[in-house]
Design a protein around this ligand. Structure first.
Ligand code: CA
Ligand code: CA
Length: 414
């Protein structure tokens, strides 16, 4: 009798515990709805283009999808997704053995991730320690722009856990790095094709990669909280940081807010609507000054344009197409080269370029319209690339042209 009562009480208590736990889970900001999970041990979700599974040499580590080398890719296709506004993708990326980073003799060792032709990551990894001479190299990750240079294994969550060894007998270099990747991006289609891809890698015994704990969730518009002004100020500042990793995390925080980010970027990139006409006029005036009689004025106008090009990039292109002066053309090309390849000494251009990358990944109509306004060249190039490409690998941003040589013969006397 007593036993029965206690069992009843326990049941009663556990039922209430379940209810309380449910309330606790439901009350705070809801997590997204999980539509895919693969740990490649007990759980392998549907939709993979490959069933290559690897058991790492360290018996304490679990199995993963891989190993992939050369130009191999793994594709995950999700269909019949419930209605949603955002997609959240998280996974562990294992970067295994002697990745050479930016080294051009044995690399560059690239890795790319895209969702439905939108490039989320096009980066370079390195596992080799710093070396001199022909083995020199760094990695790009974590970074929004390809100009970044980070130390080997920057941003890795754990290193040297999988148990792989070096095969070439070189000492003091490390065999693997695991990165915890997490991306939230605007997405509404009821299918998603996610491609994970290595590019230009050596054979699997030399360097390879693998995936583990791949999770895809979908989120409704109301599941993403509005951006607070303070958070935005921090992200906008970090977007111009000398540290590429800081800008990367700020950029991805921005991408996770879709069109709200586009509205805020529109204000900071173009200024308030009421000032836009005046700002375009200022760019026009500066372009005219490139042909001024005074060398100092021409220099000053060139420098001023380098920090204002995004206010009216179409006017710069137009002037370049129409000018008869070789010096004005040379100056305009310098401004364009600067916008394409910002250096870390100019946080403003870095920030604008990174903001444009953020818009590119957001990819909504609003984002595309703002990208068109602040950088018609890039929008044009992307449209052309899209029209001409049906492959798995969307064409990446064209490499910026090297600035023209100083046209000494045509240059007017200072
Ligand atoms: Ca290698
Ligand atoms: Ca390599």
């Amino acid at each position: 009798m007593r036993g029965n009562t206690s069992i009843t009480l326990e049941r009663w208590a556990s039922t209430w515990m379940v209810v309380l736990v449910c309330l606790a889970v439901v009350q705070p900001a809801p997590a997204g709805e999980r539509v895919h999970f693969s740990d490649f041990d007990e759980n392998i979700g549907e939709g993979w283009s490959t069933n290559k599974i690897e058991r790492p040499p360290n018996p304490k580590r679990s199995k993963f999808l891989g190993r992939f080398a050369g130009n191999e890719s793994a594709r995950l296709t999700l269909e019949k997704l419930p209605e949603h506004a955002y997609l959240k993708l998280t996974f562990d990326l294992h970067v295994i053995q002697s990745w050479d980073g930016t080294n051009t003799s044995w690399g560059p060792d690239r890795w790319k991730l895209y969702v439905d032709q939108r490039v989320l990551l096009d980066t370079i990894f390195r596992n080799e320690e710093e070396q001199a001479g022909s083995l020199r190299g760094q990695q790009h990750y974590p970074a929004l722009l390809p100009e970044a240079r980070n130390k080997f294994k920057t941003g890795a969550a754990v290193t040297d856990r999988l148990g792989y060894k070096r095969t070439d007998g070189v000492k003091d270099t490390s065999p693997d790095a695991t990165y915890k990747m997490s991306f939230v991006l605007p997405h509404t289609a009821d299918t998603a094709r996610i491609v994970f891809s290595g590019i230009n890698l050596q054979e699997v015994g030399d360097e390879s990669w693998g995936l583990e704990n791949v999770t895809v969730e979908v989120l409704g518009a109301d599941e993403v909280k509005p951006i607070g002004d303070e958070a935005w100020a921090g992200w906008w500042s970090a977007l111009g940081s000398k540290n590429p990793g800081e800008a990367y995390h700020a950029g991805w925080a921005m991408i996770g807010h879709g069109d709200e980010t586009v509205d805020r970027l529109s204000k900071v990139l173009l200024g308030p609507d009421t000032k836009r006409a005046a700002q375009r006029q200022r760019v026009k005036d500066l372009i005219e000054k490139l042909d001024d009689d005074s060398f100092a004025e021409r220099e000053e106008a060139t420098n001023a344009l380098m920090t204002r090009w995004h206010l009216a990039p179409d006017l710069i292109d137009e002037a370049l197409a129409n000018t008869k002066s070789p010096e004005v053309a040379w100056r305009l090309k310098r401004v364009k080269a600067h916008q394409n390849k910002p250096d870390s000494k100019d946080p403003h251009t870095l920030r604008v370029r990174r903001a444009q990358k953020v818009l590119e990944v957001i990819g909504t109509d609003k984002a595309k319209a703002l990208l068109q306004k602040t950088d018609p060249n890039q929008a044009k190039a992307k449209a052309a690339a899209k029209a001409g490409s049906t492959s798995d690998h969307p064409t990446s941003r064209p490499r910026p042209a090297a600035p023209d040589r100083y046209p000494a013969a045509h240059f007017r006397e200072p």
